[in-house]
Design a binder for this molecule. Structure first.
Ligand SMILES: O=C[C@H](O)COP(=O)(O)O
Length: 313
């Protein structure tokens, strides 16, 4: 197998640049207004119950702290497998998301549950490491059983116009993933303009991303609705042009059921109902699940459980 770290660029910078700069510019005011309009839509109680379960099934339950311990990862996995021990009708989450050195712990803890393990890789969150280190990071996580890899793009290369470098890194990491799915984190809070968010989305999609993801959760602003809207438009347009469906994962700062449902409305109205599945839409969040569980209980029983009822996310 060729060493992808030294393989020739798959896309010459000039043609990639021409494609990316040929994309229509984003109407910034229009994107904000559209996101605001969709965020105020109300939904019926029956639809809300369905939306909460759908949102739970889309959560990538995340811990990405320097202070993570095997014990913390194991309790997160226990929560992923059985979010509410008193109610076995609660759906399982989309995946558990951890650093590469915690993948083996999570895989062991989730064995038999059918829940996948996602791992950040490629020198998350900065992406500042030699390519060999990024590929080794990816291969380590996959060898330990990660079923999904969340890589960060080189924002420095992107912002200096070296689109070919960004493309080649994504393509090489995709190859290193083998059978694992690749989510490409754009870190939209560092991309400066909505036009750049659109360009980075299309670049990542063309380079082989299975999902495009807004943020690491370490940079503010993270997953804003206008940014998610622009990324949903990119996957919608790519599907219309090629027939290939790419997923979207907003991540960072999504903490309430209201936030989650706003995202689902955005998906439905932008990419369409075909994207309302964990195969094509995930929500990366470290502290959303408990609010979804609380609102779910309130809908079914009419009252909130006590604040200490659920284990911590
Ligand atoms: O990838 C997921 C993010 O790191 C989660 O961010 P959060 O802690 O703001 O929910």
């Amino acid at each position: 197998m060729p060493d992808t770290a030294t393989a020739p660029p798959a896309a010459p910078n000039s043609s990639l640049r021409a494609f990316l700069h040929g994309l229509p510019g984003v109407d910034e005011v229009g994107a904000r207004a559209r996101a605001q309009d969709l965020s105020t839509r109300s939904i019926k109680t029956t639809a809300k119950a369905h939306a909460i379960d759908l949102a739970i099934s889309m959560v990538d339950l995340t811990t990405l702290e320097g202070a993570d311990t095997p014990g913390k990862v194991r309790s997160l996995c226990a929560k992923a497998a059985l979010p509410d021990p008193a109610d076995r009708t609660v759906p399982r989450v989309g995946a558990v998301c951890v650093y590469p050195d915690m993948v083996a712990i999570a895989v062991a803890a989730l064995r038999g549950t059918g829940i996948g393990v996602a791992s950040v890789a490629t020198a998350f969150p900065s992406g500042r490491a030699p390519m060999e280190a990024k590929l080794a990071d990816t291969r380590h996580a996959v060898a330990d059983g990660a079923t999904e890899i969340d890589m960060v793009i080189d924002r420095g290369a992107f912002l200096s116009g070296d689109y070919g470098k960004v493309f080649d890194e994504i393509a090489a990491v995709k190859e290193a993933c083998g059978g694992a799915h690749l989510k490409v984190i754009l870190e939209t809070g560092e991309l400066v303009t909505y036009d750049n968010v659109r360009r980075a989305s299309h670049l990542a999609i063309r380079a082989g991303a299975d999902f495009i993801k807004t943020s690491t959760g370490k940079v503010s602003p993270a997953a804003t609705l206008p940014v998610t809207l622009i990324m949903l438009e990119a996957v919608r347009d790519h599907h219309a042009a090629t027939g290939r469906r790419v997923g979207v994962k907003p991540a960072g700062g999504i903490r309430t059921t209201k936030d989650a449902i706003r995202n689902l409305v955005l998906v439905n109205e932008t990419a369409g109902p075909g994207w309302l599945t964990p195969d094509l839409f995930r929500i990366g969040a470290s502290s959303l699940l408990n609010d979804l569980l609380m609102q779910r209980t309130r809908l079914s029983t009419g009252s909130y459980p006590g604040p200490d009822y659920y284990t911590q996310d």
